[in-house]
Design a protein around this ligand. Structure first.
Ligand code: COA
Length: 265
């Protein structure tokens, strides 16, 4: 069943590309437990789609924010045990997003603060509007990032920059975020979604099976020493051989024609 347009998360699938829109603009798309549960549920629904039927997802926000963070009003009176449950839910939703078997692009249209920056970090690439702003401002509220930011931000931009951003809570522009490697590309606001969808279309044309394998090898290899990362790569690389996409991709090259992938369906 399609969610109604007033649902806090909207999911549309067109031409093998899923678009996930955080849709609570009156609260700058802040993530409360209900929204996180729904996000997890929607992501799990996409994960369960037949193999190769979805080949890329785009995550964006409705209104002037991407996501202005975890919902502060919902967290204000939480006990440590309730905060533990909130972090567990945030981790589960964002881990599910990160594990989707196709690339996910964050199209950051505005504020990506706290949990919003962490949501973007769980995506494979981050494209941003020139108006976007990024921060992990939790220290200004007496807390720290709780949806995977401490680990994912340091992996993305290096530990020194992550320390600086997390200890100060400083807000950075899209240009600065691109300079430090948090953002892959910055576009004028009205070009963000068209350019992101162009990129999603390009990603949906190469072998879906190969992109899924590449995503798996990069994710599983992350944090390992080179010999273990190479062992993971060797296992995933060799498993591509004998697949219809490998046979077709190489035959098409040799026969000098475009490939017709079935994307592992
Ligand atoms: N949690 C809950 N509500 C939030 C929110 C959040 N993280 N961020 C924004 N909102 C709500 C505001 O309370 C306001 O609600 P109201 O109209 O009922 O008062 C509404 O969204 C609009 O936000 P507002 O602050 O009026 O917009 P602004 O343009 O003046 O400021 C921000 C934008 C992003 C600078 C400001 O909203 C902000 O600092 N938000 C919190 C960011 C943060 O600390 N995030 C990390 C949380 S761990």
């Amino acid at each position: 069943m399609e969610p109604s347009s007033s649902a806090p998360i909207l999911v549309e699938i067109n031409d093998s590309i899923a678009r996930i829109t955080l849709n609570r603009p009156e609260k700058l798309n802040a993530l409360n437990p209900g929204v996180l549960r729904l996000l997890k549920q929607e992501v799990e629904r996409l994960a369960a789609a037949p193999a190769g039927s979805i080949r890329c997802a785009v995550v964006t926000g409705e209104g002037k924010a991407f996501v202005a963070g975890a919902d502060i009003a919902a967290m204000q009176n939480m006990s440590p045990s309730e905060a533990n449950d909130m972090a567990e839910l945030g981790h589960a939703a964002l881990d599910a997003l990160e594990h989707l078997p196709f690339p996910v692009i964050a199209a950051v249209n505005g504020f990506a603060l706290g949990g919003g920056c962490e949501l973007a970090l769980a995506c494979d690439f981050i494209y941003a509007s020139s108006r976007a702003k990024f921060a992990q401002p939790e220290v200004k509220l007496g807390i720290i990032p709780g949806f995977g930011g401490t680990a994912r931000l340091s992996r993305r931009v290096g530990i020194a920059r992550a320390r600086e951003l997390i200890y100060t809570g400083a807000m950075v522009s899209a240009e600065e975020a691109e300079r430090i490697g948090l953002v892959n590309a910055v576009f004028p606001p009205d070009e963000l979604l068209p350019k992101t969808l162009d990129a999603a279309r390009s990603l949906s044309e190469v072998s879906g099976l190969a992109v899924r394998a590449a995503k798996q090898a990069l994710r599983e290899g992350e944090g390992h020493l080179l010999p273990e990362a190479n062992a993971i790569e060797k296992r995933v690389f060799s498993a591509c051989f004998g697949s219809e996409d490998q046979i077709e991709g190489m035959a098409a090259f040799v026969e000098k024609r475009p490939p017709r992938f079935n994307h592992g369906t």
